[in-house]
Structures are given as C-alpha cells and as structure tokens.
Write a new protein. Structure first.
Length: 160
C-alpha cells in the first residue's frame, strides 16, 4: 500500500504544478546532489555488507544507518527538485537502455522504501532472525536503486 502511495506521489510531483519556489538555485544543481547522495548510499550499503560478512556488527550498523541517512536526504532533495523544476526529458539515442533502467529504478524505489523501513525496525528492535530474512532481499534491491539512480543521472546530465 505504501509503495502504491509513493508511486502516486512521484507521479504528482512529476506531472503536477511546481509548488516549491526556490530562487537562486540552478535547475541542474539538485540532480547532481541527488546523484552524489545515491552514490554515497550505494557505497555505504556495500561497506555495510562487507562489515556484516566479517561479523563486525557495530561497523555494519554505522554504515547501514549512514545509507538510510543518505537515502532520506536524497528523498528530500528529490522532492524539492521535482517540486520546483520541470523534469528533464531524455534526448539521447540510447532510449532502449535508458527507459527500462528508469522504469525499473522508479518501481523498485517505491517498493524498497517499505522494505528498508521493515528491515531497519527489525534490526533496531533486535529481531535479528527476521531482520536477516528480509535484509537478504532489501540489500540487493536497495543497492540496485541507488546505483541506477546514479546511472539515470549520468544518462540525463547532458540535458540539464
């Protein structure tokens, strides 16, 4: 249900009126910030995964909480960006690659939000058996969403 609500919100932000007014900010600034935040989230996820493979729980926790932080900052920046500026239209010759990556990124981004929240709550409430079960799915999907966020930006960067 949360995922469907997120898809509706994303559609409104893209197609609805631009309700957030920001003066003095170039339309290409926030997409760069978003790409950096996605890249930092991806790096934190990989480092957190390596830490847990080495059974270093405190380092794992720190990296995973960092990934959550980067992702929350991304979400705020993304909403401000698309609530302030028109969306950029992809104008490249690789639409056959761009659109499947973009669509999979958007759909999985909506799906991953509740998964991250469930995974996080289970970890913070020390329900580690249940945490591990969902984390096996959450981590690769979240990593895919973070990496494809950077890829989508790089493919659109010439059109900002």
């Amino acid at each position: 249900m949360l995922s469907l609500a997120l898809i509706g919100i994303i559609a409104f932000i893209y197609m609805g009126p631009k309700l957030i007014v920001i003066t003095g900010l170039s339309p290409d600034t926030l997409p760069k910030v978003n790409a950096v935040l996605n890249g930092l989230a991806a790096m934190a996820l990989i480092c957190g995964w390596v830490a847990i493979m080495k059974r270093n729980v405190p380092v794992h926790r720190a990296f995973m909480l960092s990934a959550v932080g980067f992702s929350v900052l991304f979400l705020v920046s993304y909403v401000v960006q698309h609530g302030s500026f028109p969306s950029v239209k992809y104008g490249g010759s690789m639409g056959w690659l761009y659109y499947p990556v973009l669509i999979s990124h958007i759909v999985l981004a909506a799906i991953i939000v509740p998964m991250v929240l469930i995974t996080l709550v289970r970890a913070l409430s020390a329900r580690f058996d249940k945490h591990r079960k969902i984390a096996r799915w959450t981590l690769p999907l979240w990593l895919y969403v973070s990496i494809t966020g950077v890829v989508v930006y790089l493919m659109c960067a010439p059109y900002y």
